[in-house]
Ligand binder design. Structure first.
Ligand code: RET
Length: 256
């Protein structure tokens, strides 16, 4: 049943959120009409706010066992929306790449995205907690080593190689490991197809970030404006579309 109280909390929470950065960052500069990177930050910020409200309101529509998955989707877009406000201000007022905000955002949202694989399986069958921990720890280490390399604490190439190793660890888990076996053996057709779509996103959608790292720090260099636009668009796929796949399977299974 539609729950007015929850919906109001989601909508007013989201509105309050949009006021945050203007209070914290004295943004002297305004968005210029030819600043396409800044415009992409704005667009994606708003899309993330809308997605957050949507996921939280849609929780009311699904069975209890699917609610956690939608909560997590909403938290991912909520955390990303707040970071996008700050990243947008950094870009608009300094023209610099907001790397540290990106990594803080990733450090929270990426493990949460990965845990969604566990959650959609756990909604329909028994899943050992080892799956949860491997997905969570694998993604966290991937990001920590990427950051250490990018920030200069360890060798750039070492950060890339070790980070990529942990990405492969989570890919193994969802393509060949226990999570993948549970999906093919025990999941309903709707959950199986969501699982497959989601792991393709983790393969192809996620590849954009290590490619950006490689080009920016190890290859011939890359224009920071282009890189930010590409990352911003990638986040639409990897955070919003990913959440919509989960929403779709939750609604399908609840109505079945
Ligand atoms: C919403 C944001 C997402 C899904 C970000 C994902 C980021 C990655 C998959 C980053 C991967 C990296 C490596 C595989 C190697 C080391 C450098 C990183 C951290 C860029």
């Amino acid at each position: 049943m539609f729950n007015l109280r929850n919906s109001c909390i989601a909508v007013f929470g989201a509105l309050g959120l949009t006021a945050l950065p203007s209070m914290a960052v004295a943004a002297e500069a305004n968005l210029q009409p030819n600043d396409f990177v800044g415009i992409s930050f704005w667009l994606i910020s708003m899309a993330l706010v809308a997605a957050t409200v949507f996921f939280f309101i849609e929780r009311d529509r699904v069975q209890a066992k699917w609610k956690t998955s939608l909560t997590v989707s909403g938290l991912v877009t909520l955390v990303a929306a707040v970071h996008y406000f700050y990243m947008r201000d950094v870009w608009i007022s300094t023209g610099e790449t907001p790397t540290v905000y990106r990594y803080i955002d990733w450090l929270i949202t990426v493990p949460l995205l990965m845990v969604e694989f566990f959650l959609i399986l756990a909604a329909i069958t028994k899943v050992p907690t080892g799956v949860f921990w491997r997905l969570l720890i694998g993604t966290t280490l991937m990001l920590v080593f990427g950051y250490l390399g990018e920030a200069g604490y360890i060798n750039v190439t070492a950060g890339f190689i070790i980070g990529t190793f942990f990405w492969l660890v989570v890919l193994y888990e969802i393509f060949l490991g226990e999570a993948s076996r549970i999906s093919s053996a025990d999941a309903s057709p709707a959950v199986q197809s969501a699982f497959k779509l989601m792991r393709n996103i983790v393969t192809f959608g996620w590849a954009i970030y290590p490619i950006g790292y490689y080009l920016g720090y190890m290859g011939s260099g890359v224009d920071s404006g282009t890189l930010n636009i590409v990352y911003n668009l990638a986040d639409v796929l990897n955070k919003i579309a990913f959440g919509l796949i989960i929403w779709h399977v939750a609604v399908t299974e609840s109505d079945a």
